[in-house]
Design a protein around this ligand. Structure first.
Ligand SMILES: Nc1ncnc2c1ncn2[C@@H]1O[C@H](COP(=O)(O)OP(=O)(O)O)[C@@H](O)[C@H]1O
Ligand SMILES: [Mg+2]
Length: 427
């Protein structure tokens, strides 16, 4: 039952297995406090009597195994009231069972000195894939595990800004308010907000990410035993389906969790090798569907957060960079018919090629990855990135750019990779 919440606050008594859900509207802030009992937000435990703040766009669910009391208030609410509600129907018990199964595999891996479980979460958009990844990583971290969270969703990823794929080691549960944004991820430049734009590059980067994860796992027993949780985007038909199969293969997954799509579940059960367990999980009634425009806004917010932090807690820098100080590339040239290519070259090869980009006004507002590569002759495409800048002004006469960067000049390296994503730096 939905309940109206006034500015000063309303208390909610949650019984075991209840979930309190609310959404923070534009320009609103919610302050939440647990006054009794035990509760968690997507697997991260709440501290008693601590005030948590959520900003506009946040969609929050407090789940409790044992019961708790939650007070929520809208400090800057004017006029109308907001709505929060308690639901008694959640798939949390099934998610917990999934976690328990993963933990059994970790215990076995630990004993036998083997690799821990690798699980990929797939399904259509807006079914709670990212949320399930977060819950599973947090539950594992609460037991002292350090799973690798690999996020290959270039549109709505959680580990870094859009247009990238990457991974991070979850050594402790995420902050209740902040997701994983405070951890520094390993990231690769893709440059687009959907894998469709360049599937050849996407698959190459997935191979590379899997390779790096294997190397890291071999170096640490704790990481190796803890396993890998892989988040994907919602592209599940046609070439998207082929991608899911290839990704499962690249990461050598043991487990595929399909959320809310019986057809996809059946297809994967039929097509994946028999030693891969495929499970079907329900979606939570709390998952909120996002419109195309709110996806765009979320991408923008993620880029803003990279430079400005949450609640403007970071102070980015603006400085000039001479055209001659940087080498700019984009990855992927237009595909030519094979008859136009040198002998032996495949059309697909062009899609993973680095192409020089000349300074021009068309670079304005684009986001660029700063490659960790030292020279264009290195394998730039498969080298990780150090961070991102946005070109906020271009002076063709003076032959220089102004860039927005997270740290002061100079740039850490001089190879920039252009994204087709833009960011308007308006306060
Ligand atoms: N149980 C829940 N109650 C309320 N909101 C939820 C719940 N689970 C997920 N959400 C929210 O729904 C949105 C979509 O979920 P997400 O995990 O991002 O879906 P997907 O990754 O499948 O697109 C997110 O903003 C998330 O915070
Ligand atoms: Mg997602």
């Amino acid at each position: 039952m939905a309940e109206e919440v006034t500015g000063e606050g309303t208390k909610f008594d949650l019984k075991p297995n209840d979930e309190l859900r609310f959404e923070v509207e534009t320009k609103q802030t919610v302050v939440m406090e647990m006054t009794h009992g035990k509760g968690e937000v997507f697997g991260a435990e709440l501290a008693k009597n601590k005030k948590y703040k959520f900003n506009s766009g946040a969609k929050v669910a407090v789940y409790t195994w044992h019961g708790c009391q939650i007070k929520i208030s809208f400090p800057n609410l004017v006029g109308t009231t907001e709505v929060a509600y308690i639901s008694k129907e959640t798939p949390m018990l099934m998610y917990l069972n999934t976690h328990a199964a993963l933990e059994q595999m970790r215990l076995k891996a630990d004993e036998e000195n083997m690799r821990g479980p690798r699980a990929i979460i797939v399904g259509p958009t807006d079914v709670g894939k990212s949320t399930l990844c977060r819950i599973l990583c947090n539950y594992a971290a609460r037991l002292g595990r350090a799973p690798i969270f690999a996020d290959i969703d270039v549109g709505q990823g959680q580990t870094d800004i859009p247009g990238t794929i990457g991974a991070l080691s979850v050594e402790r549960p995420s902050d209740v308010e902040e997701d994983y944004s405070q951890l520094s991820p390993l990231s690769f430049h893709f440059g687009h907000k959907t894998p469709q734009t360049n599937t050849a590059l996407y698959e190459l980067l997935i191979q590379r990410l899997a390779e790096v994860i294997n190397m890291r796992s071999e170096k640490s027993k704790r990481t190796n035993v803890s396993g890998v949780i892989i988040n994907t985007c919602g592209w599940i038909r046609g070439a998207g389906y082929e991608l899911i199969k290839n990704t499962a293969g690249a990461f050598e997954v043991d487990l595929v969790m399909v959320i809310d799509q019986e057809r996809l579940f059946n297809e994967l059960k039929r097509d994946l090798p028999h030693f891969v367990h495929v499970v079907l999980l329900p979606k939570s009634g709390g998952v909120v569907e996002r419109s195309q425009s709110s996806r765009g806004e979320a991408r923008d917010a993620k880029i803003r957060e990279y430079f400005y932090g949450i609640d403007n807690s970071l102070y980015p820098h603006n400085f000039e960079v001479k055209f001659t100080d940087v080498k700019i590339f984009k990855i992927g040239a237009p595909v030519l018919p094979e008859s136009c290519l040198p002998l032996g070259m495949k059309a697909e090869d062009n899609k993973t090629k680095q192409v020089p980009v000349m300074p021009s006004m068309s670079l304005l507002h684009h986001v660029f990855s700063v490659s960790a590569a030292n020279s264009p002759e290195d394998n730039v495409v498969e080298t990780n990135v150090l961070g991102y800048v946005v070109i906020t002004a271009i002076d063709m006469e003076k032959q220089c750019f102004t860039v927005l960067a997270p740290s002061p000049r100079p740039l850490p390296k001089n190879i920039l990779l252009m994204m087709d994503l833009q960011f308007m730096d308006i306060k």
